[in-house]
Design a protein around this ligand. Structure first.
Ligand code: B12
Length: 213
């Protein structure tokens, strides 16, 4: 099987809601030497994208989306321990999914990658109120706060968090990066975030850039 075929097989396992197959194809990807992040981005995540379309077209229901997420998680569990680690602590990042939003798969990919690259990552999970981001950022003296939003309704929480950070007088010290499906770079600019990242690899690049200056 070629690399492309295997990546497609991974995506299909998610679309077919096949948890076992997601696990098996992730193991095959490792054997084939496909970098774990590539297997996540070009395999498993592509499947979830398709599931999103099927849900939008009412061909899939919420239960299908839940099972697809389970298949994704199963594949991730196989792959994440193999993301290379770089050790030394380079910066402190607080990350979470904004209030009223429970999507965390993409955020988890970002957290895992940043942690594996040696950043101290404090992942606050899902449905995180603005005050909690502020509290944690103060407690751990964060360099960067990462906000994830997957719904058009919850992306409006992002400016609320930024405002809370500003009110606490932390805005000059903390960089803010944002991501998630409805978010764009225009939106980032509009709400005064420092950067929008379309995926985890971009997030790593941006974090490196922001911490250099
Ligand atoms: C899986 C899924 C779910 C799962 C989530 C499970 C989980 N543990 O996360 C479940 C079933 C729970 C779910 C629930 C719902 N969902 Co949903 N879901 C999805 C789906 C199919 C995939 C999302 C995903 O994980 N993608 C894979 C990851 C790897 O990609 P990603 O999230 O985009 O993350 C990458 C980047 O965006 C970026 N990134 C993400 N976060 C961050 C953060 C930072 C700081 C940075 C730098 C980068 C970054 O890097 C990531 C890695 O590369 C999407 C469809 C889609 N195309 O997004 C719909 C989708 C987001 N859901 C949708 C909806 C409507 C819902 C529900 C309202 C459904 C319902 N009727 O109840 C609920 C909402 C619950 C809530 N209050 O949050 C809609 C949203 C539509 C809209 N206009 O807002 C979508 C778009 C489906 C659709 N096309 O209609 N969902």
């Amino acid at each position: 099987m070629s690399k492309e075929e295997l990546l497609k097989k991974m995506a299909d396992s998610v679309v077919n809601l096949d948890v076992e197959e997601a696990k098996k194809s992730a193991e095959e990807a490792l054997k084939m030497g496909i970098p774990p992040l590539e297997a996540i981005n070009k395999g498993l995540a592509k499947g979830l994208q398709k599931v999103g379309e099927l849900f939008e077209n009412k061909e899939y229901f919420l239960a299908d989306m839940i099972m697809a997420a389970d298949a994704f998680k199963e594949g991730m569990e196989v792959l994440t321990p193999h993301i290379k680690t770089e050790g030394s602590k380079k910066g402190v990042i607080v990350i979470g999914t904004v209030k009223d939003d429970v999507h965390d798969l993409g955020k988890n990919v970002v957290s895992t990658l940043l942690a594996s690259e040696g950043y101290a990552v404090y992942d606050l999970g899902i449905d995180v109120p603005a005050e909690e981001f502020v509290k944690k950022a103060k407690e751990v003296d964060a360099d960067i706060i990462g906000l994830s939003a997957l719904l058009t309704t919850t992306m409006e929480r992002i400016p609320e968090v930024i405002e809370a950070i500003r009110k606490e007088g932390l805005r000059d010290r903390v960089r803010i990066i944002i991501g998630g499906r409805p978010v764009t770079s225009e939106f980032a600019e509009e709400v005064g975030a420092d950067a929008y990242c379309e995926d985890a690899i971009k997030a790593l690049e941006i974090v490196k850039e922001l911490l250099e200056v």
